[in-house]
Design a protein around this ligand. Structure first.
Ligand code: 5GP
Length: 192
């Protein structure tokens, strides 16, 4: 078991509806030493990649992306969730259905902060069905940039996002992959 799997096993709470709560160290209270270990590990896994920007999505991705960015020494841009339908033309837009809130948000990134010169590492906390990642990939494509890789803290391997993203050919590095979890017993099984 790696450091993140151990922490999830110790402090993660399995909820009904395929939701894993990690509020005590990742999604509400944040363990910055743990985030540093995550940043170091992504830096190691993406060592061969030329990355000049990190892109994430508000809100939960921002903390881990900022700490990871210290290891890559690059700026972080986060996609903002916007309810407005009258979005001006100076932004890239994608639609993202929220797994946890079951609503659809438009997410936007200003054209000022992403362009064809950008080689992007996308970072997010969870990967479930892959909607958030598809939106972020679409934004990089609209900008004419290149997705160099995708770093995820917790992938729920029993949902289809991971397979979809790997089948698209991206280097996806999830630091913990949950293959099964049981809300009755609280048991969590990680991929070897
Ligand atoms: P996807 O778009 O891949 O279906 O879902 C990913 C997004 O939904 C992540 O950005 C994350 O915020 C949220 N999410 C999905 N599943 C879980 C989960 O089991 N626990 C938590 N805390 N967030 C989740």
């Amino acid at each position: 078991m790696n450091f993140l799997e151990e922490r999830i096993g110790k402090d993660g709470i399995v909820r009904e509806g395929n939701v894993l709560k990690v509020d005590s160290f990742l999604n509400h209270q944040m363990d910055i030493r743990l985030f540093e270990q995550m940043g170091e590990e992504w830096k190691r896994r993406f060592a061969g990649r030329s990355i000049n920007k990190i892109l994430t999505i508000e809100a939960s991705g921002i903390g881990i992306a900022c700490i990871a960015a210290q290891y890559f020494d690059v700026p972080v841009v986060f996609a903002k969730k916007s309810k407005s339908i009258n979005i001006a033309g100076d932004v890239y837009v994608a639609e993202v259905e929220s797994f946890t809130h079951k609503n659809v948000n438009q997410v936007i990134v200003s054209r000022d902060f992403l362009g064809p010169e950008d080689r992007v590492l996308i970072i997010d906390d969870f990967l479930a069905n892959g909607c958030a990642l598809q939106g972020l990939i679409s934004i990089v494509e609209q900008a004419g940039g290149i997705v160099e890789g995708i770093g995820i803290a917790v992938e729920k391997g029993f949902q289809n996002g991971g397979k979809m993203i790997r089948d698209m050919g991206y280097q996806l590095e999830s630091l913990a992959i949950v293959d099964a979890m049981d809300p009755q017993t609280g048991k969590i099984i990680f991929r070897e």
